[in-house]
Design a protein around this ligand. Structure first.
Ligand code: ZN
Length: 129
């Protein structure tokens, strides 16, 4: 397993971690198979979506904020229930095919680390399956 860290910059933040995951694939010496990208946090997630236009993840962030308001009479005393809920909606992992040592992603696809309770130092793990 390979682990790397990311530093998020604000309460919600989307970071392109495709390069870091590709580097992990190389370090794991995976030629052909599948890698699991897992975020071991309860208020951060990972997703695959467009990387060409930064407005795409901006819109995702904006709409998630409408679906899950920052405060809504939540019970969780820590005050970050919205972040927990967004994490469950987006998910903690992605499986990506590896072929010829390269992540198999569509032309516009990137792996996005999704911060919902930053800014913080976060961990991302990558394991060959
Ligand atoms: Zn909490």
């Amino acid at each position: 397993m390979i682990e790397f860290t990311v530093a998020t910059r604000s309460r919600t933040d989307f970071l392109d971690v495709t390069g870091e995951v590709q580097a992990a694939v190389k370090e794991l010496a995976v030629a052909d198979g599948v890698v699991l990208v897992f975020v071991p946090h309860t208020t951060a997630a990972v997703t695959i979506n467009e990387g060409a236009d930064p407005d795409v993840v901006r819109d995702i962030d904006m709409e998630l904020g409408k679906i899950v308001p920052l405060s809504d009479g939540y019970h969780h005393a820590e005050g970050n229930s919205a972040a927990h809920i967004k994490t469950s909606l987006v998910g903690s992992s992605e499986l990506v095919i590896v072929s010829g040592g390269r992540l198999v992603l569509g032309t516009w696809q990137k792996l996005w680390f999704c911060e919902f309770d930053g800014p913080r130092q976060r961990r991302v793990t990558v394991q060959a399956v």
